[in-house]
Design a protein around this ligand. Structure first.
Ligand code: THU
Length: 145
């Protein structure tokens, strides 16, 4: 499970990211799960990109908050994640789902910090590498055939 909750970092550089994630979580379209998630990514440029979960009546067509934030980052022409924050109205900080761990890994080095937060103020911290050990990455595509 995530470690490092309440680390001093959280008082500093993650605050704006958590605030952005919180603001966008209020825009979530989640009429089926009622679980409103917001994600915010700081790109290597320092710019912040936000996304919320967007559900669909055909349930598998819904998208996660992290996917929305990544799409916003790419649409702005950025492809390097420097930091991530995710927030939900749950009792405990919610870690990104499996698919989102792979999506984050596409653009983030393993040491990139992921802060997980709740609306009530709980915080936990992990890294992209800890969320997805043994990740499938582009090196596996370098095959000798
Ligand atoms: N959800 C996210 O947006 N991100 C995650 O990492 C976990 C799950 C959303 C998907 C769905 O709309 C709702 O939360 C319940 O699973």
């Amino acid at each position: 499970m995530p470690s490092g909750a309440f680390s001093p970092r959280l008082l500093g550089m993650s605050k704006d990211l958590i605030e952005a994630a919180h603001a966008v979580s209020l825009k979530a379209h989640a009429p089926y799960s009622k679980f409103h998630v917001g994600a915010a990514i700081r790109g290597a440029s320092g710019a912040i990109y936000a996304g919320c979960n967007v559900e669909n009546v055909a349930y598998p067509e819904g998208t996660c908050a992290e996917a929305g934030a990544i799409a916003a980052m790419c649409a702005a022409g950025e492809y390097e994640i420097a930091e991530v924050a995710v927030i939900a109205g749950s009792d405990q900080p919610v870690p990104p789902c499996g698919g989102c761990r792979q999506k984050l890994s596409e653009f983030a080095k393993p040491d990139v910090i992921v802060t997980m937060a709740t609306h009530a103020g709980a915080r936990a911290e992990t890294t992209v590498g800890d969320l997805l050990p043994g990740a499938f990455d582009a090196s596996f595509l370098d095959m000798d055939t």
